[in-house]
Design a protein around this ligand. Structure first.
Ligand code: ZN
Length: 249
């Protein structure tokens, strides 16, 4: 699962840019300035003066990594361009002749880049990640209760699944199996359509969060999205279970 496992980027502890010693602390620790030339680098990935790759400030989240505000509506095409550009700049080929420290930094940054891109490009993963950042939801916090409006269909689906398993166990005839499979495929389709509906509900909440003018409104939007996300993940699990069952044998 590529969900928001990490709420903040794990701090990479690169070895010292220069040898251990006193010079290290005064240079590297001064926030916002380049470890190599001392110019103001302001959490940029590369120093604007000497172009050396820069370490990640420890509190960088995925939004900040891409220089974005913590907002849900985002331009994924622009994000994609940024992703490819950075991937290319951080490519190991560009660091063949660089110091060990720079190689380490570029590798660590590439890893974060990939995680950040995978998380932010997908609206569901983006919301899950945001809820983690905002402390509204933790991993594994998902309620696995059937949403009331789906109870009937879930019940029916479980029956089909049970029947299919029974038929399999007793070596049911091919025609019966075929029919059960067909019914399950239809049920899966129904839930896939529902999942799209739930996703639309989720994205419809984005403006409420992005435009929240106070903490109360912000919190309310987050809680609402958390609830929608529970439903989404419930339906997603159903679809997965059916797919697993159908894929068997
Ligand atoms: Zn520099």
């Amino acid at each position: 699962m590529q969900m928001a496992e990490k709420t903040t980027i794990r701090e990479t502890k690169p070895t010292s840019p220069r040898a251990e010693g006193s010079s290290r602390d005064s240079r590297r620790q001064s926030e916002g300035s380049c470890w190599s030339c001392g110019a103001a680098a302001d959490a940029r990935h590369f120093c604007p003066a000497c172009n050396k790759v820069q370490p990640q400030p420890p509190d960088t989240d995925f939004f900040r990594f891409f220089g974005l505000e913590r907002k849900l509506a985002l331009d994924t095409a622009a994000l994609e361009r940024q992703f490819y550009e950075l991937s290319w700049k951080l490519h190991p080929d560009n660091f063949h002749n660089a110091s060990g420290y720079e190689q380490e930094l570029s590798l660590a940054k590439s890893a974060v880049l990939n995680d950040a891109w995978r998380t932010l490009r997908d609206p569901v993963a983006r919301v899950e990640y945001l809820l983690g950042l905002e402390g509204v939801r933790r991993e594994g916090d998902i309620k696995q209760q059937a949403p009331p409006d789906l109870l009937e269909e879930v019940f029916e689906l479980n029956e089909y699944l049970e029947e299919l398993r029974d038929a399999r166990r007793s070596g049911g005839d091919a025609r019966q199996m075929q029919e059960l499979r067909h019914r399950l495929e239809q049920a899966r389709h129904t839930f896939e359509v529902k999942m799209e509906g739930v996703l639309a509900e989720l994205t419809a909440q984005f403006p409420a969060f992005d435009g929240a003018s106070n903490d109360g409104a912000r919190k309310a939007a987050l809680e609402k999205m958390s609830e929608i996300l529970n439903r989404h993940s419930y339906v997603r699990n159903l679809v997965r279970n059916v797919t697993d069952e159908l894929d068997e044998e």
